[in-house]
Design a protein around this ligand. Structure first.
Ligand code: HEM
Length: 226
C-alpha cells in the first residue's frame, strides 16, 4: 500500500470509475488506496455479496474512528473500536470513508464492490471435476499429489482454503488465501499459461475466462464454503 495524503477530490473520480463494476465475474478496477499516517484496513478494495459480512481491523491513525458510507450505499458499515464491519446490502459499488480523530483528521477511502456471490459448490468445484477431470476418482492426477484431493466440494475446500502450498518455489503461499489473489497458488496456477506453473499440468492455452473469473471473484469475496 502506498502512503498518500487525503484525496477528497480524487474520490469523486474514483467513485465514478467504480459504478460500472456491478457484474460479478468481471475484472474490477484496482482502486488506489488513500492512506494518511498509516491509517489502513489492510485491503485496497472489499469484494462481497448481499447478506455477507466482512470484518476488518483498522490500523494506524488516532482512534476513535468513524465511517461514512454514501446515503445510497449498497453496503452497511459500522465501527466498534478498531473493528470495521461491512454487510453487503444490494448489488452495487460504493466507497466508505474511514476517518480518525486526529486534527486535521486523516481518512482512508475503501471501495466496496457488492456482486453476486460465486458459489464454491456450483461454480468452482465443477472446474476440478467436470471440466478438467482432475478429481482423484475421475482423473487421478490429484488423487494424492501433495494430498490435494479434489473429489467433491467438501474435500476440495478442506484441501485448498488456508492450506500451505507444498510446491517447490511456492513455499509461503497458501493454496487459497481468502481475499489475497497474489498469495493464492491455485489462482497462480490457473491464471498462468506457463507449462512449468500452469494447471492442469502442462497447459499452455488460457483457461476458460468464465472459470478463471469465477475463481478470482470467489477468492476476492473471501473464499467462502457456499
Ligand atoms: C483444474 C485442474 C487442476 C487444479 C485446480 C490443480 C491445482 C494444483 C495446485 C493448487 C497445486 C499446488 C499444490 C501445492 O503446492 O500444495 C498443484 C500441484 C500439482 N499438480 Fe495440479 N491441478 C490440476 C490438474 C492437474 C493435473 C491434470 C495434473 C496431472 C496430470 C496435475 C499434477 C500436479 C502436480 C504434479 C503438482 C505438483 C507440482 C509441483 O511439484 O510444483 N494437476 N495442482
Amino acid at each position: 500500500m502506498k502512503t498518500l495524503h487525503r484525496l477528497t477530490i480524487f474520490s469523486g473520480f474514483l467513485f465514478a470509475g467504480l459504478i460500472g463494476c456491478k457484474d460479478q465475474g468481471k475484472t474490477a478496477p484496482t482502486a488506489p488506496v488513500v492512506i494518511a499516517n498509516s491509517l489502513s484496513v489492510g485491503l485496497d478494495t472489499v469484494f462481497t455479496f448481499p447478506q455477507d459480512t466482512v470484518v476488518l481491523t483498522i490500523q494506524g491513525g488516532t482512534p476513535p474512528y468513524s465511517v461514512a458510507p454514501p446515503p445510497t450505499s449498497s453496503a452497511q458499515c459500522s465501527i466498534t473500536d478498531s473493528t470495521l464491519t461491512i454487510i453487503g446490502s444490494s448489488i452495487g459499488s460504493n466507497i466508505a470513508r474511514i476517518t480518525d480523530a486526529s486534527s486535521p483528521a486523516h481518512s482512508v477511502d475503501l471501495p466496496i464492490i457488492v456482486g453476486t456471490a460465486v458459489s464454491f459448490a456450483n461454480s468452482i468445484q465443477p472446474i476440478f471435476v467436470s471440466r478438467y477431470g482432475c478429481s482423484g476418482t475421475i482423473g487421478g492426477c490429484h488423487g494424492g499429489t501433495m494430498g490435494l484431493f479434489l473429489d467433491n466440494a467438501t474435500v476440495s475446500y478442506q484441501n485448498l482454503v488456508n492450506v500451505p502450498a507444498q510446491s517447490a518455489g511456492f513455499i509461503g503461499y497458501k493454496r487459497v488465501a481468502p481475499r489475497n489473489l497474489s498469495n493464492s497458488l491455485l489462482y497462480k496456477r490457473l491464471s498462468s499459461n506457463d507449462p512449468a506453473i500452469s494447471m492442469p499440468q502442462g497447459r499452455t492455452a488460457p483457461l476458460d475466462t468464465t472459470y478463471l473469473n469465477n475463481v478470482r471473484t470467489w477468492i476476492l469475496q473471501g473464499a467462502r464454503f457456499n
